[in-house]
Design a protein around this ligand. Structure first.
Ligand code: AP5
Length: 215
């Protein structure tokens, strides 16, 4: 299966992707995670991306498209993938279509996680992430068993730099201005399905477990 998870910041794309990956063993490909790894390792890509990420703006399309051209050709993507945070613009969606066509593949489904802006601000204000393995927590809804320590790997659980309210508001504005155009884009291609992001953390998994979608 090859799917895209679409939705505003904090909708739960990373959380839902973890449940789907566990069930189907698909590659979970998060552009945000790849970029953060590059920032941490001070690569040229990371240095170029950091100022956009810190400001809550999109990293330029060319950079993301080149990065994903390489990532989607890696071995683990061959048996299916969940794209989390990509595409985010119509240009990225067009390029994804071209790349998949070159590879003789196509998307099976695009899931839109729907949530209000106020709920996003509440969620991201309380989000904590493992700086080592990327596991996702929430101070109220899903805290780590030992404060500050990841349940899965023992790494440090921290707050992301872009989870400050002013940056969250900018990320939401960018989502509404640019990424939300992909709703109509994928609706026209009859690939879009909507899931209530306020539901359980495996709601997307439940929604796709239908013979029509699984390949
Ligand atoms: P990225 O890391 O992709 O951030 P995002 O899209 O803003 O999404 P988040 O990771 O913030 O949220 P999420 O939807 O994964 O929610 P989560 O599962 O963590 O991108 C960061 C930056 O990188 C961008 O701003 C941009 O600069 C750059 N970038 C990335 N991709 C790019 C691209 N393609 N083009 C250009 N630039 C790009 O959940 C959030 C919280 O809610 C957690 O605390 C969780 O525990 C809780 N939660 C989750 N689900 C539920 C639920 N069902 N009920 C209750 N709580 C829940």
């Amino acid at each position: 299966m090859r799917m895209v998870l679409l939705g505003p910041p904090g909708a739960g794309k990373g959380t839902q992707a973890a449940a789907i990956k566990k069930r189907f063993g698909l590659a979970h490909i998060s552009t945000g995670d790849i970029l953060r790894e590059n920032v941490k390792s001070c690569t040229r890509l990371g240095l170029a991306a950091k100022r956009y990420m810190d400001a809550g703006r999109l990293v330029p399309d060319d950079t993301i498209i080149n990065m994903m051209r390489e990532r989607l050709r890696e071995d683990d993507a061959g048996s299916g993938f969940i794209l989390d945070g990509y595409p985010r613009t119509v240009a990225q969606a067009e390029e994804l279509g071209v790349l998949l066509k070159e590879m003789g593949l196509c998307l099976d489904t695009v899931v839109l996680l729907e949530i209000s802006d106020d709920d996003v601000v509440g969620r991201l204000g309380g989000r904590r992430v493992c700086s080592n393995c990327g596991a996702i927590y929430h101070v109220a809804g899903h805290p780590a068993e030992k404060e500050g320590i990841c349940d899965s790997c023992g790494g440090s659980v921290i707050q992301r730099g872009d989870d400050m309210e002013s940056v969250i508001r900018e990320r939401l504005a960018v989502y509404h201005a640019e990424t939300s155009q992909l709703v109509e884009y994928y609706e026209k291609r009859r690939l879009l399905r909507r899931v209530d992001a306020a539901g359980p953390t495996d709601a997307v998994l439940t929604s796709i477990e239908s013979p029509k979608v699984i390949m």
